[in-house]
Design a protein around this ligand. Sequence first.
Ligand SMILES: Cc1cc2nc3c(=O)[nH]c(=O)nc-3n(C[C@H](O)[C@H](O)[C@H](O)COP(=O)(O)OP(=O)(O)OC[C@H]3O[C@@H](n4cnc5c(N)ncnc54)[C@H](O)[C@@H]3O)c2cc1C
Length: 374
Amino acid sequence: MSEVDKVLVVGGGIGGLCAAIALRREGVPVDLVEIKSDWTVYGVGIIQQSNVVREMARLGVLDRYLDAAYSFEDVGIYDLEGEPLARIPGQRLAGPQYPANVGISRLALHKVLSSTAIELGAQIRLGLSVEAFEQDEDGVDVSFTDGSQGRYALMVGADGVYSKIRTLLFGDTYRPRFTGQAVWRYNFPRDPSIDHLASYMGPGGNAGLVPLSDNLMYMFSTSHEPENPWYPPEQLAELMRDRISNIGGLVGRLREQITDSSQVVYKPMEVVFVDEPWFKGRVLLIGDAAHATTPHLGQGAGMAIEDALVLSMELTADGSMEQKLQRFMNRRFERCKFISEKSVLAGDREMARDQSFDRIGLTKQMLKLTAEPI
Ligand SMILES: Cc1cc2nc3c(=O)[nH]c(=O)nc-3n(C[C@H](O)[C@H](O)[C@H](O)COP(=O)(O)OP(=O)(O)OC[C@H]3O[C@@H](n4cnc5c(N)ncnc54)[C@H](O)[C@@H]3O)c2cc1C
């Protein structure tokens, strides 16, 4: 194992925090800077599939993570009337005693990851970003936005879809692109029937119900929003009700309960993929900064978490920094490219109302790929 000096992680989201945890577990000193001074995350949830459960075990946080989450096995596919179409069995990749899949509130996930990173000794500074950097063969000199400076063996840009580090590395070559769709989300008390991910699919829409705890679940729905409109915040509840008006079953029955616009989380889908190595010298991008995609396969955060673990493995193995980062790329590029491209494809086919598109087949392909070791 090689000696690694201090690493700077830019961005305290899912990918950046997992990188900090994985690196600290290997004994690597880590500074992390997060631009938000209040470090908030929005209050709906996230689906995490079997590969993520497996990697949470490798990060050493599985028990506290599962305590904060709702565990489930299968994914149920329903038509837009709520009639069952298929059941996709879960894969227990973390071991037979652990669940296949998890729904977790973003807030709960953030608490688990941030408290672990702090306990492991990552030095976290909030309300701070990188102003500029210069690098030589041995390190990166970083100027922070508060005027302070630091020198690092590696700088990791985990600063999301609008990554400043990506712009500092690649200029305007890679800019987020609006795909034409948006996602609407809303929390509800958990219905007893939602003890699994229930996904409603049809040519005219896509929605789902995800359990987050014994008492909580959230609904998501995707919609075609040409021109990426801006909506007045006070109209969001009415607009979300409108977008799911063609969906029956439990989604349809819950529709009239969407009344509080301040609780609707509306998000246009924006994607970016860095189609060349995600590093230059000693600066590397991970997570959404390198490969933000749509949520159609529920794997964006999964890929960020896997990036973090592979980075820690390669960084602490032998070789020069270039060899380590090249090995990281060899393990990550095609896997992330598949997830990125196929997620976008699923959204495109949805917008085209393509009834022949085999969405269930694609989901099975994704599960096969993500079950493979990272
Ligand atoms: C609607 C929607 C639903 C989704 N659902 C799922 C799902 O169910 N399952 C799943 O696996 N994935 C899902 N994703 C994808 C997932 O949210 C992302 O892939 C994941 O959050 C990426 O993590 P990240 O750490 O790379 O980026 P982020 O989570 O965006 O974190 C980036 C962090 O960097 C900080 N930052 C930004 N700029 C700077 C700067 N200049 N300096 C310092 N800090 C900075 C930000 O404040 C933030 O804390 C979904 C995405 C969307 C849009």
